[in-house]
Design a protein around this ligand. Structure first.
Ligand code: ATP
Length: 433
């Protein structure tokens, strides 16, 4: 980015307290946004993408101070808006607007479209009603509606038209920044394309910076100059859009990209499957937050397992840590007709079922790893849960669980927070020219 950034977010955090009892004692925190940093240049569109619940909307509302951030700096044109008092905050709100996903709930049904769009002008002190009307009628035309829309009511318009009206309202104060939270997700695909094209035209016309939030990578590719990928409250990769799509570096970005439907039949089976559930932001995993699901999670140097095999072994270990009861497996095998009673189910069948459940091969490709695993499984089958857990933990732990990766520059000239990227960078530093 050549120009000074319009917006610089540094280590932004938003934690929500989890409270209990009538005294509302804090018993934990949802780390919805947990230390994100990024810049947006004048006239640039930055995409913020990630699965549902990763903290995109919280990032949006916190960076506009619609909610108070827990920590961090938000520099807008060089001033930290976290420090702003009421007057400065009001001045900032003229220059930074928000657009929401659902156009239907964005409008007061009792106010005419014109009154709704003109409302920010009135709030910011424009008393002259006729002048407000002129500005709004002009804007309604620029978003592809007619000036006559001024006196009509929101229910008379379709979803796409309402989003045009929402755009007019976001632009009425001639802002420098618009934060758009899933602005086209509620619309039909054909209408989405119209609104995206309109946003682009208006961005050029108004010289706007946009933070564009979406879970839809296809839309992000259409709209954004650069993209920041979020996972569980953190940014894991930042790249210009074309590089992100052609040369993603973070395993999470690769998985997100591979889930986009493709019409090319030869590429349909390239999907990277993510294992495991999305962990809770109130208790995020240690080290790299993605290690519980990452297909590229690093294995201990002592072993040489196939990558997928290692992933499954680690899944089994993480599950054993939470508790696996061999007697449940015995009951299951009785139901499957393996034996008449749980006591009669052979130990070997329990061990086989446990491996099958986690897609772990009946014999691992690395004999040393196999010895450890079979010892641990034998302990588990005999009800020695702690012993099994210790054996697995001693041998099958990953550096990804211990070390938290920071955003580092990659060989593609982008940034990613992954220990593999860090290793690659150290082995093969990018040219410094
Ligand atoms: N007011 C709140 N109190 C407690 N937890 C919250 C609050 N708002 C959001 N969260 C939690 O913070 C996390 C991030 O939510 P957020 O809505 O920012 O994610 P998102 O990526 O925008 O998801 P979506 O696309 O589904 O809106 C979620 O676990 C959510 O449940």
């Amino acid at each position: 980015m050549s120009a000074d950034p319009l917006l610089s977010v540094r280590n932004l955090k938003k934690h929500y307290p989890i409270t209990k009892g009538i005294l509302k004692k804090e018993v934990g925190r949802v780390k919805a946004v947990d230390g994100i940093s990024f810049d947006v240049a004048p006239g640039e569109t930055l995409g913020l993408v990630g699965e549902s619940g990763c903290g995109k909307s919280t990032a949006a509302t916190s960076l506009l101070r619609l909610e108070e951030p827990t920590d961090g700096q938000i520099l807008f044109d060089g001033d930290d808006i976290v420090e702003h008092g009421d007057a400065d905050l009001k001045a900032f709100r003229r220059r930074a607007q928000m657009m929401f996903q659902d156009p239907s709930s964005s409008f007061d049904p009792r106010m005419s479209v014109g009154e709704s769009v003109a409302e920010p002008l009135a709030i910011h002190g424009m008393r002259d009603r006729a002048r407000r009307r002129r500005i709004v009628e002009d804007l309604l035309e620029r978003v592809g509606l007619s000036a006559a829309a001024y006196d009509r009511y929101p229910h008379e318009f379709s979803g796409g038209q309402k989003q045009r009206i929402a755009l007019a309202r976001a632009l009425v104060l001639n802002p420098d920044l618009v934060v758009a939270d899933e602005p086209v997700s509620a619309l039909d695909v054909s209408i989405q394309a119209e609104i995206i094209s309109l946003m682009r035209d208006l961005q050029t016309e108004f010289g706007l910076s946009i933070v564009f939030i979406s879970h839809d990578l296809g839309v992000v590719r259409e709209v954004c100059d650069r993209v920041a990928v979020m996972y569980l409250g953190e940014i894991v990769e930042v790249a210009d859009t074309e590089t992100l799509f052609s040369d993603p570096k973070h395993p999470y970005t690769k998985a997100l990209l591979s889930s986009i439907p493709t019409p090319d039949p030869s590429r349909r089976n390239e999907g990277v499957e993510l294992s495991g559930d999305v962990p809770s932001p109130s208790n995020p995993p240690s080290g790299c937050r993605f290690h519980t699901r990452c297909p590229a999670v690093i294995q201990p140097e002592a072993f040489d397992l196939e990558q997928a095999e290692w992933r499954h072994v680690l899944d089994l270990r993480l599950r054993v840590e939470r508790g696996v009861d061999a007697s449940d497996i015995r009951e299951f095998l009785v139901a499957e007709g393996e034996a008449p009673t749980p006591e009669e189910v052979p130990d070997a069948a329990v061990a086989r079922e446990l491996r099958r459940e986690f897609d772990v091969p009946q014999t691992l490709s690395d004999p040393n790893a196999e010895t450890v695993l079979s010892d641990a499984i034998s302990a588990l089958v005999e009800g020695e849960h702690d012993e099994a857990r210790r054996t697995l933990n001693d041998s099958f732990s990953s550096v990804c669980e211990r070390d938290h990766p920071e955003l580092e520059s990659t060989s593609a000239g982008t940034s990613a927070a992954c220990l593999r990227v860090d290793t690659e960078r150290r082995i093969d530093p990018p040219p410094t020219s």
